[in-house]
Structure formats: C-alpha cells, structure tokens
Write a protein that binds this ligand. Structure first.
Ligand code: ADP
Ligand code: MG
Length: 250
C-alpha cells in the first residue's frame, strides 16, 4: 500500500513574521530529512512548531528555504502534494450541529475523495481512533477528547503518506492519550508522521526520532535513546527536555 517513496526534506527553512517595524524570526534555517516513521517535534510554546507545520501544509509561505516531498518542491507539486498530506491543526472549530459522520464526509468531499469511497473511508478512519460507535452523535455531545480524536480521523482520510499533527493530544485525558499514541505508532510503519508537542510523554516511547526545536533553531535530531545518552546520561527524555529548554519552560 505504501508509495514507492515517502521522504520529506526541509532545506534551510526560514520564517520571519513582519508587521510594521516589528519582525520576529520564528524559524532560522531548519534542515532535516524524514523517511517513514514517527517523529516528535518537541519544544516549548513559541519554539516555532506551528509555524513549521503551517509552512509544510501550505498554509503559510516560507521567507526562505523550501520543503521537498520525494525530492520535489511542495509548492510546485501543489494538488499532487495535498493528496498525500493529512493535517491536524492545533486549533480547529467544529460545527456542533453536525454529527461525526457528517463532519468526516464533509471533509472527505473537501479532500476530493471519490464519493464511492467516502462512506467506507469515514468508517475506517473513525475505527482507527475508536469513534466508530459515536459517529451518529452530534458534535455538541462530543467530549473534548472525542473532538480531538475526530480531528485525527479527519487527518487520516484518504490514507495520507505524510501526516502532520499539531499538538494532537491537547485536551485528551491520559487514557485517550495512550490510545492516540498507540494508533499513531501503528500507522507510522509505512508513512511519515510528524507530531508537534510540548509534552514529552506524547512522544517518549513511540517516536523513532525526536526533533528538538528551540527558538526557531533545530538543536538536535536523533532517536530518544541517543538524546538521553548525550544530554542526560542515565536519565529520561524529560531530563533531556529540561537540560535543553530549562526548568521554567515546561
Ligand atoms: P509553537 O507552535 O512552537 O508554540 P509558533 O510557531 O506558534 O510556536 O510561534 C513561534 C514564534 O512566532 C512565537 O514567538 C510566536 O509569537 C511568533 N508568531 C507566531 N505566529 C505569528 C504571527 N502570525 N505573527 C507574528 N508572530 C507570530
Ligand atoms: Mg503551536
């Protein structure tokens, strides 16, 4: 089922926000390459995680550098890139009067999935996040965790080869966090999944690699065990986080 290639590369990606005389460098020359696997983009609030994800998903223009998918600039790939992309934004409003099923069918249509496949695809993605029995409830009756899982299902519509998730466990209770983590780990064997979080435990035992982002710069990029050995020997990933970002940033 996997495409012949699934490789995302960032080359010297830079973003400067400008408004009037003010300017803020949110990303400062970020370069890395990701093959199939689960990656944790870890950093405190303001590190630049959402900025990076908004550029990867085409919702924001970079100031410099580029994003490549299988060697091709995503800006040039356009719709061909959007077809392999699934995105769960950090914030998204939901229509309370919709049922879960109607919401997913609506997003399937926006993604231009073939109509004949949409109903089945909605069932499939809902099952991945254990929402299959809740699909005919209105969103007004969904808990925060159910809404978050519905957004994850929406990102999975069309079986994307690249899945970008911005703080996907926000608002989830511990049991639901574990469930979502397990679902992502399972999905990661044949696609690229990048998960932004400031919560170490979200990515600690499931991510193949952790990308540490601090003030728009990539501090390091390695499997968790290697980061622990380097920054907090004998410790945990939490200790790595504290060593790099400081006690007051958690
Ligand atoms: P994170 O997702 O890691 O919390 P963001 O990408 O949201 O970080 O923000 C990175 C930096 O860019 C922060 O200093 C933030 O205040 C700034 N920033 C984000 N969006 C804008 C914007 N639209 N205009 C100006 N500055 C912004
Ligand atoms: Mg963010």
């Amino acid at each position: 089922m996997s495409a012949p290639e699934s490789i995302m590369e960032l080359r010297r990606l830079t973003k400067i926000y400008r408004s009037g005389k003010e300017s803020k460098k949110a990303l400062d020359g970020i370069s890395f390459t990701l093959g199939p696997g689960l990656y944790g983009l870890l950093g405190p609030n303001g590190a630049g995680k959402s900025t990076m994800m908004n550029i990867i998903t085409g919702n924001l223009d970079a100031t410099g550098g580029k994003v490549l998918w299988n060697g091709k600039n995503i800006v040039r790939l356009g719709a061909r890139f959007r077809r392999v992309l699934g995105y769960m934004p950090q914030q998204q409003s939901l229509y309370d009067s919709f049922t879960g099923r109607r919401f997913l069918l609506y997003l399937a249509a926006l993604k231009e999935l073939p109509r004949a496949d949409a109903a089945k695809e909605v069932e499939r993605t809902a099952a991945l996040v254990h929402l299959e029995t809740e699909l005919d409830k209105r969103l007004a009756a969904y808990s925060g965790g159910m809404k978050q899982r519905l957004l994850a299902a929406a990102a999975l519509l069309g079986d994307p080869q690249l899945l970008i998730m911005d703080e996907p466990t926000a608002g989830l209770d511990p049991k639901e966090r574990v469930r979502l983590r397990a679902a992502l780990a399972e999905l990661a064997h044949d696609r690229v999944i990048l998960v932004a979080t400031h919560v170490v435990s979200d990515v600690e035992h499931v991510a193949n690699e952790i990308l540490l982002l601090k003030e728009g710069k990539l501090v390091d990029h390695a499997p968790p065990a290697q980061l622990i050995e380097k920054y907090a020997p004998g410790g945990t990933l939490e200790d790595v986080y504290l060593a790099i970002f400081g006690e007051d940033e958690t």
